[in-house]
Design a protein around this ligand. Structure first.
Ligand code: HAM
Length: 413
């Protein structure tokens, strides 16, 4: 037993009975994006390592310790994508999408990879659904994106959702604020947790995220960027809030909202789910007005979010029951070929039909029909007659072998 293979640490298999809920999430997202005019984009599962170093930021946890990076046989350093925004900006530049009508609005779904300590809701391979609107600085875009994620979570019925909202301002005032925060943290250094103290210079904002009590007390009195917003930054944020109010989307201002990626400017937000425990972030995002230019494109404001499929699944609990079958074709030994022909005919007519592939006797086949929750059993007899049994009522009658599909379809409607 000891040397049996297992899934790699932090990963999981999705078994057939776990698929329906995931499909429901993806198709709800697809419908919402489709109605809103977002086009689907797919990018590779790996990219040049440098894209993430430059895009996500050298000082972030993601780049410092969570990337799956390896050297390929050609000697290039490549990295399994830890997130989707930098790759999509890369694609935007590479395909000259700035020449299209702006903003270009895209959505995506797929696997992402981060070498994190696994726990409930935190995996090393996980799936995101995400949206990016590239090429507009308008607060309308911020509001549209937030409304779309709010609608998705509402439509899926995710319980206990709260929206946290903040603004980081533009790079310059933000840099000034960072200095102010650093000075404040240095002044109270002795009260801070060690890891926070060690990273005052590299990432002072992370102090807001600390689980340490002493640090939290210090941060409760810390200056916040929200208090320092001025001019156009302040106007932009006020407009985003007003648009969300108008749309009936409720939010909580959270001046200490820290996102784990460096590219954010102005609006940032996170949807959390109270039912999820420690890994409560169900989806988040914000504006990244400098990223496209930083990756070699023209100056291009942009905004987006991503939500974790596994966290939505955890929040929703058990998925829907599997779909019942329309028919189970039961046949004695000598009639198995006919059973396959009939089941094929039923499937081609659009019905969900199965037959016994396990060599069961007639009694076993009827049990199997029950197990797959078939609405009808089609029973082939040695003499060529066909009977249709309603599995709910137990009623059974002989039917014309050439009209089985029609009989079942008629009974269904
Ligand atoms: P993020 O907050 O790092 O943002 O990830 C978005 C969501 O992915 C999280 O809220 C969470 O639900 C899920 N997630 C992240 N890491 C894990 C993990 N290890 N296991 C399970 N789920 C996880 C981004 O990735 C940005 N690219 C979002 C964005 C798009 N910003 C602008 N545009």
């Amino acid at each position: 037993m000891g040397d049996r293979y297992q899934v790699p640490r932090g990963t999981f298999d999705v078994l057939p009975e776990q698929e329906p809920i995931r499909e429901r999430i993806e198709s709800a997202a697809k419908a919402i994006f489709d109605r809103a005019g977002y086009g689907r984009i797919e990018t590779p599962a790996f990219e040049d390592t440098e894209l993430f170093e430059r895009g996500v930021g050298e000082a972030t946890d993601i780049v410092r310790k969570e990337m799956f990076t390896f050297t390929d046989h050609g000697g290039r350093s490549v990295t399994l994508r830890p997130e989707g925004t930098a790759p999509i900006c890369r694609a935007y530049v590479e395909h000259g999408m700035h020449k299209l009508a702006q903003p270009v609005r895209l959505w995506y779904a797929g696997p992402f990879f981060r070498y994190e300590a696994p726990q409930a809701g935190r995996f090393r391979q996980f799936n995101q659904i995400g949206a990016e609107a590239i090429g507009s600085g308008s607060p309308l875009v911020d509001a549209e994106l937030i409304i779309l994620l709010d609608d998705l979570l509402a439509e899926l019925g995710v319980p206990g959702v709260r929206l946290l909202l903040s603004s980081l301002g533009s790079p310059e005032p933000r840099a000034a604020y960072r200095e102010e925060l650093k000075a404040y943290l240095r002044g109270r250094e002795s009260e801070l947790a060690r890891d926070v103290r060690e990273r005052i210079d590299a990432n002072p904002l992370r102090a807001f995220d600390s689980g340490d009590e002493g640090t939290q007390a210090v941060m409760a009195e810390a200056p916040t960027m929200l208090d320092r917003l001025e001019g156009e930054d302040a106007e932009h944020f006020a407009e985003v809030k007003r648009l969300l109010d108008d749309a009936g989307v409720s939010y909580e201002l959270d001046a200490g909202l820290v996102r784990g990626l460096d590219y954010y400017t102005r609006t940032v937000f996170e949807f959390t789910c109270d039912e999820l425990g420690a890994q409560s972030g169900i989806g988040g995002g914000g504006r990244y007005d400098g990223l496209v230019e930083q990756l070699g494109g023209p100056p291009t404001p942009a905004n987006g979010w991503a939500a974790g499929i596994e966290r939505i699944v955890l929040a929703l609990g058990d998925g829907p029951e599997p779909e019942p079958r329309d028919a189970f074709v039961a046949a004695p030994e000598g009639q198995r070929e006919r059973a396959l022909a009939l089941v094929t005919e039923l499937r081609r007519a659009g019905l969900r039909a199965e037959l016994d592939l396990g060599g069961r006797g007639m009694k076993g086949q009827m049990k199997q029909a029950d197990r797959v929750r078939a609405r009808h059993a089609v029973i082939l007899d040695e003499d060529g007659t066909v009977a249709l049994r309603d599995m709910d009522s137990g009623e059974q009658r002989e039917v014309d072998p050439a009209r089985v599909a029609e009989e079942i379809a008629a009974a269904r409607s």
